[in-house]
Design a binder for this molecule. Structure first.
Ligand code: DC
Length: 206
């Protein structure tokens, strides 16, 4: 069983995908982390994330980098978004994601192109979204809780810029697969969002 969970940044898709993995007893891969590792490696190499060759060279990152807390930072998220526009980077990360998706017993993957490119054969495809304002509010609260001093308006600008880049890129742009279940969590809290998703997944699998 493959479950594909796509959606924009800060939509809650990561938390939902992780919980779905726990619920169904299958492993979960946060594919954004792979792009974040590439973005971070470009910085470590003193490379340019907008340069295709520099970005491709950074795909050769050490697996230990995936554990680095710095991958969770907004700065690395923005670098990830920039390296992810290069088709060669997407190709370099494809096999790893595809192998994870097709492992015996199934898997849950979350990202931007899981239902369209990585696992078009997924049993269930979800597209989790929420308004830019609500996603900014959630990200801002999360950052404030972690002691990061940041203005809500700046977080909103950053999220809108990330959306524009992820939606506007030529290769595998962020969009709901034609057969995806679109779930808008703007007016839900975490528990309500997961309950709604779980119900939708169970109905789709039945
Ligand atoms: O989900 P995230 O915010 O950790 O992802 C960081 C960036 O990586 C995102 O802005 C776009 C890119 N990404 C992608 O292009 N394809 C994926 N499957 C996952 C992430």
């Amino acid at each position: 069983m493959i479950i594909a969970v796509d959606g924009p940044t800060a939509s809650g898709k990561g938390t939902i995908a992780k919980k779905l993995g726990e619920h169904f007893g299958v492993p979960h891969l946060d594919t954004g982390l792979l792009y974040r590792a590439v973005g971070r490696q470009v910085a470590l190499n003193s490379g340019d994330p907008d340069d295709a060759a520099d970005a491709l060279a950074a795909c050769d990152f050490a697996d230990t980098l995936l554990e680095d807390e710095i991958l969770r930072s907004e700065e690395t998220g923005s670098m990830a978004s920039r390296v992810s526009v290069h088709p060669d980077v997407r190709k370099a990360l494809f096999e790893r994601q595809r192998a994870f998706a097709t492992q015996p017993g199934g898997a849950v993957l979350d990202g931007r192109d899981i239902g369209s490119i990585i696992a078009p054969d997924a049993d269930v495809k979800l597209f989790i979204t929420a308004s830019v304002q609500e996603r900014a509010r959630r990200r801002w609260m999360e950052m404030t809780d972690r002691g990061i001093d940041v203005q809500l308006a700046d977080v909103e600008i950053d999220i809108a810029a990330r959306d524009a880049r992820d939606i506007g890129r030529a290769d595998a742009p962020l969009k709901a697969a034609a057969d995806a279940l679109v779930i808008d969590t703007t007016s839900f809290n975490r528990e309500q969002a997961f309950e709604t998703v779980l119900e939708a997944v169970q109905t789709a699998l039945a």
